[in-house]
Design a protein around this ligand. Structure first.
Ligand code: AMP
Ligand code: GLY
Length: 428
């Protein structure tokens, strides 16, 4: 087997997935659309937007692509997989069709799926502008804090958690008035779950599955989980509190019924499922499903997979995952994300980046998240700029190695959290 592969997406997640695929003995040629300066070092980048389905189809036809891996959620929710399968019936695609992608595209769809299949999650109810009075009455029955979720995709910003009932009512009215555009014309209100979060990743063909290494993400901008929410400032894998007992519960109570639920609902699902879980006193509850890998979790996760990822992806896309076995390195992976000063608010762009080579010489792997090629090197072009990943026998050593490698990297106003791994040390 010798495959021509196209990875769709431009972030650190796609850089990491493509990097792992580039090591496969089953790879013939690797393309990324649009990719980034990181993927350019080992793959051919094709300039086009991830929402430009015609351009993606042209790339598939012109380069004779056998397998497409779709990185981000938006094209999946918009039906890229169905579109490509319609054009190229033989094409292998990793990423669910439009129906399966509703697990991320609609909170109500996901919650109904979980309740139909007995998957543990927070109690919830969906509401619209027309049922505002019922929504307020439902909140009265809940203990604060109140969790309000825009039903549709809102670039990770559609969840608002408030302690005060009056403030929650005001927020609800704003959401119905278009705070998150059409995504919040429906709002799911749910019970607050307290605990610690973990991201679990599954690759499935809709019948069988492989569980990838789990990871913990750091969402807030500041040390000690303070300040605004971001796309993710760091990731650690493995997660010390996600021990065998906990992960067995995750597999029995969540992964198995999720895959069985997809089959029972006749949803053809070939792709990743990222299950955002809350560990509530040792019991897992689903916070959300995503139909893609997490970013920056992927940057840690990919470095821990020691079997051939392309073999697993091909088998999943073909519907033949049954006999696949994933091998996972016992080494830990810690990712530190370096962002532009000001992010997640406004920030400058176009600043020259130095020290990537030195960080790599120090034993780290550097993935590009928001960079652009310039005449004499790479410059910043996004809020999250680089992911610096280090591997070592445990998370303490991997954390130290990641920070010492990251110290080589510089650009104007660069910032990173300095406490990635710290909250986990008490579980060691
Ligand atoms: P989501 O976009 O669904 O991942 O939600 C964003 C964040 O809000 C999650 O990562 C959690 O930290 C938090 N969150 C969501 N739902 C709940 C819940 N029911 N209870 C507590 N925290 C939640
Ligand atoms: N790191 C969380 C996400 O990718 O949604």
């Amino acid at each position: 087997m010798s495959l021509k592969v196209l990875v769709v997406g431009s972030g650190g997640r796609e850089n990491a997935i493509a990097w792992k695929i580039s090591q496969s003995k089953y790879l013939d040629k690797l393309y990324c659309l649009p990719g980034n300066p990181g993927t350019a070092s080992f793959a051919t980048n094709i300039a086009a937007g991830v929402g430009d389905f015609e351009a993606i189809a042209s790339a598939v036809a012109e380069s004779g692509i056998d397998l497409v891996v779709v990185g981000p959620e938006n094209p999946l929710v918009d039906g890229l997989t169905d579109f490509l399968k319609g054009r190229f019936p033989q094409l292998l695609v990793v990423g669910p069709g439009k129906t399966g992608a509703q697990l991320e595209g609609s909170k109500e769809f996901a919650k109904d799926f979980m309740s139909r299949h007995g998957i543990p999650t927070a109690a919830y109810k969906p509401f619209t502008k027309e049922t505002l009075a019922e929504a307020k009455a439902f909140m009265k029955t809940l203990q604060p804090p109140y969790v309000l979720k825009a039903d549709g995709l809102a670039a990770g910003k559609g969840v608002v958690i408030l302690d005060d009932y009056v403030a929650a009512c005001a927020e609800l009215e704003e959401m119905f008035s278009g705070k998150f555009g059409a995504a919040s014309s429906k709002v799911v209100i749910e019970q607050f779950l307290s605990g610690i979060e973990v991201s679990v990743f599954v690759l499935t063909d809709g019948k069988d599955y492989l569980i990838l290494p789990e990871a913990k993400d750091y969402k807030r901008i500041g040390d000690g989980d303070t300040g605004l929410n971001t796309g993710g400032m760091g990731a650690v894998s493995p997660v010390p509190f996600a021990d065998k007992v906990f992960m067995d519960k995750v597999e029995e109570r969540i992964v198995k019924p999720t895959i069985a639920g997809l089959a029972a609902d006749n949803i053809d699902y070939k792709g990743f499922i990222f299950i955002g879980l809350m560990n509530c006193c040792g019991d897992p509850y689903v916070i959300e499903y995503n139909v893609r890998m997490g970013d920056p979790e992927t940057e840690s996760v990919m470095t821990r997979i020691s079997s051939d990822l392309l073999l697993h992806l091909e088998a999943a896309a073909r519907g033949e995952l049954k006999n696949q076995k994933i091998e996972i390195s016992p080494e830990a992976a810690v990712t530190v994300v370096i962002v532009s000063g000001g992010y997640p608010g406004s920030y400058g762009k176009g600043y020259p980046i130095t020290g990537i080579d030195k960080a790599e010489a120090d034993g780290a792997t550097v993935f590009h998240m928001g960079t652009k090629a310039a005449d004499d090197g790479v410059v910043t072009s996004g809020g999250r700029v680089l992911a610096v990943v280090a591997n070592a026998p445990d998370i303490v050593q991997a954390g130290r190695k990641a920070y010492s490698a990251a110290a080589n990297i510089d650009f104007k106003d660069a910032y990173h959290r300095s406490d990635i791994t710290r909250d986990l040390l008490k579980y060691l």
